[in-house]
Every structure is written in C-alpha cells, then in structure tokens.
Design a protein around this ligand. Sequence first.
Ligand code: OAD
Length: 243
Amino acid sequence: MNVDTLREAALVISNSEYLIALTGAGISKESNIPTFRGEDGLWRTYDVMELATPSAFVRNPTLVWEWYEWRQGLISKCDPNPAHNTLVRWEERGLLKTLITQNVDGLHRRAGSTKVLEVHGDLWALKCSFCDYQGRLNKPASGIPACPLCGKHLRPDVVWFGESLDRAIMSQVYTELEKADACIVIGTSALVQPSASFPLIVKQRGGPIIEVNIEKTMLTSAVDFHLSGKAGEILPALDELLT
Ligand code: OAD
C-alpha cells in the first residue's frame, strides 16, 4: 500500500463535511464471518435459490431455518473487529454521518455504531410470513419459530433474492446520499444492486469515493482511491493519519 495514497485518502476524510460509508461482508471477514462470493464465500457452497428466496421458504422452511440457525450460531460467537471499531470512533467524532450496510450480522451496532441503515435487514429480526407481527430473537433459533399472533411460520426479517428493499430505509438512504460529500466503501464486491450504485450517486455530485478491499471490484475503475488490503488494517491506519 502506497503511503501517499493512504495519506491523501485520510485528508479527504478529514476535510469532508458529510462522510458516509457503505459496507459489505468483507468488513466482517476478520471477525471470522464468511463473505458471500470470496474464497470461502457462502454462495460458493450453498445454493442461494434453496436458502434465500421466498419460494425456498414456502418449499422447505425447515431447511431455510436450519441455515439461518447455523449463521446465527456462528455470528453469536464473533466479535466486531478494528474496522467496525474505527467506524464507531468516526461517528463519535462527528466525522461519519451515516453508515449504510448490506450486512445482516449486526456487528456495526454491537460495536457501537448508531447511525446505521441496514438495507438487507437484520439476522436477528423476525417477521411473520402471514400477518404483520414483527419480533426479535436473542439467541439462535431452534426449529421454525411460530407467530404468537396467528401461529403461522415466522421468518428472518432479511431481504431475500427477488424481494424489494424496505421503502422507509431506502428513502433514508437516498436522503443521506444526496447530502454526502464523500463516501468510503468497505468490503463489498459491488455486485448487488441497488447498493452497488450508492457510491456513484455521491460521485455524480462531485464527492470522492475511497474503496477499501483486498481485491479490485466492479467499482474500482470509478473510485478516486482504491486502498488495497484488509479493512481491519486499513481503517485503523487511516484513523491514525486523520488530522
Ligand atoms: P461479497 O461476498 O459479494 O463481497 C465481499 C467483498 O469483501 C469482496 O469484494 C472481497 O474482496 C472483500 N473482502 C474480503 N475480505 C476482506 C477484508 N478483510 N477486508 C476488506 N475487504 C475484504 O459480499 P457483499 O458485497 O456484501 O445479500 O454482498 C452483497 C450482498 O450479496 C449481501 O448483502 C448478500 C449477498 O447475497 C443478501 O443477503 C440480500
């Protein structure tokens, strides 16, 4: 990593008035949570169509819940890493205004970030597949939870393939994107829309984009700074260089 590039990126962060961040599975990799498309990515082993679509849940809710139970168990044993913690510090300093995440692991909130918009939902939140009930799990599920109101199957309140994103959250996201004057994108392959386009909205309005990733992505050709390396190392290094 070129130290000058790191310094220049840190200067952009220091000079920004409305910095926002977009994070993906890569930021939690050093917390030992697998990504989706990386080397040991979940979608390399598991079939998304059998586990993360509304029709999969209708066909085989037991299998879908077994997969979520396994992920909840795994995530409950993991802790936020220095990358999550750096974003907390930036929020506390008033530097980071909003954190948009595609992650459902809840690690940003566990680390202490409060200005978080979870565009793909939350692995611990529940909703009824039939009525309006919404609830929360405080430990990994065990079997298919039943709705306390109507008795039908509860499902994880995450966005599955083929589903729309939550309108209220998206409205907040677009409001934040309109205000942002710089964007840091951490650990996402930028292959899933609409999140992949969020940084480009900031860019169109003249805001610089900083990308932190161990590899090049679909976004790399459009960014102002590509900081190659692990988020858990690059973010603390940027933090040290802030003025
Ligand atoms: P991906 O698995 O597609 O991409 C993870 C990215 O993180 C890759 O670009 C890796 O190079 C990078 N990466 C891995 N380790 C890293 C590290 N230590 N530091 C920095 N970068 C690292 O994950 P997402 O882009 O988050 O959707 O995937 C987007 C969505 O696709 C997910 O939210 C999920 C999935 O299907 C839903 O579940 C709806």
